[in-house]
Write a protein that binds this ligand. Structure first.
Ligand SMILES: Cc1cc2nc3c(=O)[nH]c(=O)nc-3n(C[C@H](O)[C@H](O)[C@H](O)COP(=O)(O)OP(=O)(O)OC[C@H]3O[C@@H](n4cnc5c(N)ncnc54)[C@H](O)[C@@H]3O)c2cc1C
Length: 467
């Protein structure tokens, strides 16, 4: 299957066995039965909620401290923009086997398939809107078969097999004298920028291979009632303190003290930290004593990737009914229909823009980004559209004070740093969050698994096992 989403590239690569040993599966049912001392969880995103849920279900005492006035973090469904949910953050379930399905089934949530047919995926190239069956055979555009098990896959696998040094994708292409036209290069770069929130210059070959998503499956889905609805079910019954921004974490042999911006202090035996990588990099929370060198190296050595989402609602659809998504060489990069296969689909298109493109749109601000989006659509669909725009929503995740990023990526020489980031510090500080997952980072299910993993680390501490 080809779709313009991140895992299709990896599913197509023939090196998915790489690092698969580190790939552990978690299930919602496999909850350890023991009692942990009091735990504080920082952040009510997917990772924090999964950690808290796991601990509480094992009779642990747990409280979640969340800076926002809502749960979800980088999962945030908008229910007002259209008659169907519109996702400001995470949108898809990436795979039919991922851990998220345990809860989708438990809460009996309905889903809609996405990107399940080549014929609905388009590319704007050579100034024409081409369906997959045409663009995949055009000279030059075969480079996009990077997604389909091309010779580049084999080259990358062989590079790693031979133990050659880590290099960026740009360097890798140069070393192999792979040259594309400027337009094809932009298309490939835009595909990667959306998938990994980082561009050809930023991504390391080894890091790309580390992110295997082994066993997740190839199918993609949206939740009919929105991603936030799933996490709300998940959070029910947890003790969550909203509008509570942690500013300092101090640890001593007797436990951990947490200080907040409103002057409150919380004490616990251990803490699960799910802060987004960009906040750790910016020292948004002070650690006393400072974090060990290895942890700091992991924090600074990983990349905090960028994505913006621009949702434009028009009076009527001006696209063909069969168009689900369109990859472009334009700055807005990739467009899709968020209401795809929804019975009450409205005329909404989403621009999903990563890395350099996200920074450009972010710098333009809301109005500028909307103008740029409309102009790009006018080029693609060859008609004036400004007067037909009814509403717009621009989400710049880099400007969100409690995220400052979209999802993490692994730059050159960054392999292994995710596992290093996940390591506990002296059985007092435990780390979860998408960036800590070596093989399923940058996803909701990776974040959920990381939270379960951190909770299991706490539950298996000798003191807790004896309880
Ligand atoms: C635009 C976009 C699209 C995406 N698309 C997909 C997709 O289609 N499918 C998919 O699987 N994944 C997708 N992802 C990735 C996915 O959203 C994340 O990997 C996942 O939600 C991260 O969860 P987390 O718990 O690690 O972090 P977060 O959700 O960021 O949770 C961290 C929490 O900590 C809180 N916090 C921050 N600072 C403090 C503080 N000082 N004190 C207390 N609390 C604090 C935050 O408010 C937040 O609630 C997307 C992400 C983005 C941004």
């Amino acid at each position: 299957m080809t779709s313009f989403t991140r895992r299709s590239l990896l599913a197509a690569l023939s090196v998915t066995a790489f690092l698969s040993q580190s790939c552990r599966r978690f299930t919602a049912q496999a909850l350890p039965q023991s009692t942990a001392g009091h735990t504080l969880v920082i952040g009510a995103g997917a990772a924090g909620l999964a950690a808290a849920r796991t601990l509480q279900d094992a009779n642990g005492s747990v409280m979640v401290l969340e800076a926002r006035d809502r749960i979800g973090g980088r999962v945030h469904t908008d229910y007002d923009f259209a008659s169907h949910p519109v996702e400001r953050g995470a949108e898809f379930l990436h795979g039919e086997n991922i851990v998220t399905w345990d809860w989708v089934r438990r809460y009996r949530l309905a889903t809609r398939p996405a990107f399940d047919d080549y014929r609905n995926q388009f590319v704007y190239a050579n100034q024409a809107l081409l369906p997959f069956r045409r663009w995949s055979t055009l000279p030059g555009l075969d480079a996009l078969d990077l997604m389909d098990g091309s010779p580049i896959d084999a080259l990358m696998a062989s590079w790693i097999d031979q133990g050659k040094p880590d290099v960026s994708l740009t360097q890798f292409l140069e070393l192999h004298q792979i040259e594309w036209s400027p337009e094809v290069r932009r298309l490939v770069d835009h595909f990667l920028s959306g998938s990994y929130a980082a561009n050809l210059d930023q991504l390391g070959v080894y890091g790309l291979m580390e992110l295997t998503y082994e066993g997740d499956g190839d199918l993609y889905f949206r939740l009919r009632q929105g991603y936030s609805h799933l996490l709300e079910q998940f959070a029910a019954g947890l003790d969550i303190r909203y509008a509570t921004t942690v500013t300092r974490i101090s640890r001593s042999p007797s436990g951990v003290q947490i200080y907040t911006d409103s002057g409150e202090t919380y004490t616990a035996q251990q803490v699960v930290i799910t802060l987004p990588l960009a906040l750790l990099q910016a020292n948004a929370v002070e650690f006393d004593p400072p974090l060990p060198e290895a942890k700091l190296n992991a924090i600074q050595g990983l990349g905090a990737g960028s994505i913006t989402k621009l949702m434009l609602k028009f009076d009527q659809p001006f696209w063909s009914q069969e168009l689900e998504s369109c990859l472009t060489p334009l700055d807005t990069q990739l467009w899709w229909r968020p209401g795809w296969r929804h019975q009450q689909e409205e005329s909404v298109l989403t621009a999903f823009t990563g890395a350099t493109g996200a920074h450009k749109l972010g710098a333009l601000g809301r109005e500028g980004a909307i103008r740029a989006g409309v102009q790009d659509l006018e080029r693609i669909f060859e008609r004036p559209l400004a007067d037909r725009l009814e509403a717009a929503l621009f989400v710049d995740w880099q400007a969100d004070p409690y995220a400052r990023m979209a999802y993490s990526y692994v730059p050159v020489n960054g392999v292994g740093l995710r596992s290093q980031l996940a390591q506990p510090v002296e059985n007092g500080l435990f780390f979860a969050g998408e960036a800590t997952h070596p093989t399923r980072a940058a996803t909701v299910h990776g974040a959920l698994e990381s939270g379960i993993r951190a909770a299991q680390e706490i539950l298996s501490l000798p003191a807790n096992r004896a309880a």
